[in-house]
Design a binder for this molecule. Sequence first.
Ligand SMILES: Cc1ncc(COP(=O)(O)O)c(C=O)c1O
Length: 373
Amino acid sequence: MAREREGNLRSLSPAAEGVDFYSNDYLGFAREDPAVYQEGSKRRGSGGSRLISGNHPLYDSLEQRLCTVHRSEAALVFNSGYDANIGLLSAVPQRTDYVFYDQSVHASIRDGLALGRARTFSFAHNSLQGLEERVGKVLPDGVPRGAEAYVVTESVFSMEGDSPDLKALAAYCAGRGFRLLVDEAHAAGIIGPKGEGVIAESGLEGAVFARIVTFGKALGRHGAAILCRPDLREYLVNFSRSLIYTTALPPDTLEGILQAYDTLTGAGGDERRARLRSNIACFREKAADFGLAGGFHQGGAAIQTFRVGDTARAGELGRKINAAGFLVKPILYPTVPRGMECLRICLHSFNTDDEIQGVLSILSREYQPGADE
Ligand SMILES: Cc1ncc(COP(=O)(O)O)c(C=O)c1O
């Protein structure tokens, strides 16, 4: 690598002990605070980027843990899923490369691509055939020499709660030498015996170029990581601007994520996942009893989406359900395309049967199909 030859290869080193002349902790607020931390050695804030003062040793512990749980060769923690996606997609695909992305991918993926310089093309949601057609049109003679092609999708989609056929997608990418990137924000912690996500559960770790897991969703904390090979991790440390030019996570956040992983991979995690699965099954059964099944996206994920197809009606329905004491969000354009406006109901391990019954009974009472239905 040119950087190595020129002596400017970046690397992450642990925050050193000594007199601090490098952090941005101007008023000492990030330092040990005996009123808060009785035990001594903890800092409240990281004081700077991971490349300067912020790379607390807990980063290393967390990244090792992520490699074990999600079965990855390497992991790199970012401040959020948004940062991870923009840092990955703006830095990795190059000007001469091609990126094919599912038309329903999260805004952070789109924003990352917009910041980057590769040529980008959407394909029909969860459709391998749609991808094949798009690739056939864009690259009729295959990928030009020296260029790469990427395919970007999510293992559980954030709005619809549905999933692509990842085995088929991985086989397609492997057959053509394309690099597959999968955002597992809504699968991490939930899918797989220990919450390892769809890719590890399906044994596809080796078939995926990079995965994104986030800690602000099932883990209940904050932050995210890119799971990949060590060479890609090193590249990101050098070129991913949303990693380099931002203050690192505070140590107590890293500790909180590690604690969440302890619970997730222990008996507590098994029990919560089992309760969530049973609530999803209960929800789908009751939705069928209320005659609402046809309005919901097919899918067994914690995200259950009821299609309304109109901004005013989705907003009104949301307000009525909220007024009855159930917090449900209408999802409107531009988060979803026009005509796809919906109610997004997120299920949890802690919801009760009565709550599920309650929200569905109000939905069935208040939902007025449009004139075209
Ligand atoms: C699929 C997907 N990727 C990334 C993100 C961003 O994650 P974070 O909230 O940690 O920034 C989200 C969350 O909204 C998401 O749904």
